[in-house]
Design a protein around this ligand. Structure first.
Ligand code: AMP
Length: 374
């Protein structure tokens, strides 16, 4: 299958070529045709499936086909995402795909000054990629109008709801035209999403890949370890195994920070990614991890959610995630686009109940791992 079947505008085809995509991924094959037809979509797909491109390409096609671009002060498409990193990632994908077209996008999120964002909005953009909090801020300041939005995308909707954005999202949606196309993407389908979807989607087409299940090529192992011995175990693992690129998940921001410091002191190339960092620090951590100058990223769930880094070899759950869904999200950072990956979870006997639930979702037992101290 090839992208030519969608009959995209030649400028979009060139963007696809620049990106080096040769054939559409399964979510793209399933989602692009109904989106092009103007249908509402509920897309059940995780990061790593190519879902961003699945909604970006039809949005570009819509913009190029139907209306003026960029010169307008009123944007036509709004994409909401839970974290600054994800908003940036989506914005980058649009910039790449639209590089041979006049379409302009801007990412707006908190933690940085508003000035540049407002300036970009004033200059005219077609697509806004936004985190809900900053978007509301800008709306309150009358820095933008959403009156001409005709495509709305909620990306990682489950995560936005987990983060308590539902009231903000509902307020933003109330400011949008009723007549519009709405696309909701979510990795999981908790009840709250069901309710939201019922309210905002009109006869949606459900497209699903991978059943929201675990990525198929990830090996799942567990280490039974006393809590106070976890850092030593981590260091031993790093010293012994060829872990080229590893994300370590902790429950709290504080732990992510202190663990990264401890690892660094022991000579490991680690950096933390957590909500207490400034936007610049977060970017430095992400860029450094992406480029390979940091081999270990110690992250909290919220900071790392939705992040797409290719070639993550290992994911380590230093702290057990609270839910099965979080486990699937975390471990899905490895094994991307059909690469093999390894997930390790540090557990104690008290965790057996959660582990059983995770194993049920995986459809297999986790391997019991052990390692003699170095
Ligand atoms: P996403 O699920 O949107 O986070 O995308 C995951 C990764 O897949 C990104 O790095 C994209 O650049 C890449 N990607 C998206 N579509 C394709 C495609 N058709 N072929 C190859 N890679 C793709």
């Amino acid at each position: 299958m090839s992208f030519t079947q969608f009959h995209f505008h030649p400028g979009i085809q060139s963007g696809i070529q620049d990106a080096g995509y040769t054939s559409p991924s399964p979510i793209q094959q399933k989602a692009i045709p109904p989106i092009l037809e103007g249908k509402d979509i509920l897309g059940l797909a995780q990061t790593g499936t190519g879902k961003t491109v699945a909604f970006v390409l039809p949005i570009l096609q819509h913009l190029l086909k139907t209306r003026r671009t960029a010169s307008s002060a009123s944007p036509s498409a709004l994409i909401m995402a839970p974290t600054r990193e994800l908003a940036e990632q989506i914005h980058e994908s649009i910039t790449l795909m639209a590089s041979h077209t006049p379409v302009k996008s801007v990412a707006v999120y908190g933690g940085v000054g508003k000035y540049l964002q407002i300036k970009a909005l004033r200059q005219g953009v077609d697509i806004i990629v936004a985190c809900p909090g900053r978007l509301l801020d800008l709306m309150n300041e009358k820095a933008l109008s959403l009156k001409e939005i005709d495509i709305l995308v909620l990306d990682e909707a489950d995560q936005m709801l987990d983060m308590g954005f539902l009231p903000d999202i509902r307020r933003i949606i109330r400011a949008l035209p009723k007549k519009r196309q709405t696309l909701v993407f979510s990795a999981t389908m908790p009840k709250m999403i069901g309710n939201l979807v019922q309210d905002i989607l009109n006869h949606p087409i459900k497209v699903q890949v991978n059943q929201t299940g675990p990525a198929p090529r990830i090996a799942h192992g567990r280490f039974n370890v006393q809590r106070e011995k976890r850092t030593d175990l981590l260091k031993t693992l790093f010293a012994k195994n060829g872990m080229s690129s590893t994300i370590v998940f902790t429950r709290t921001k504080h732990k992510a920070k202190s663990l990264a410091v401890q690892l660094k002191k022991s000579g490991f190339n680690a950096v933390s990614l957590q909500g207490n960092l400034s936007q610049n620090q977060r970017r430095r951590a992400m860029d450094g991890f992406r480029s390979g100058s940091f081999k270990i990223l110690v992250a909290t769930d919220i900071a790392a959610r939705g992040i797409d880094v290719s070639g993550v070899s290992h994911v380590i759950n230093y702290d057990l995630p609270d839910t099965v869904e979080t486990y699937i999200h975390r471990t899905g950072r490895t094994g991307r686009v059909n690469q093999p990956g390894q997930a390790y979870t540090f557990t104690t006997r008290e965790d057996n109940k959660t582990i059983t639930l995770i194993e049920k979702a995986l459809g297999r037992k986790m391997t019991e791992e052990s390692l003699l101290p170095a």
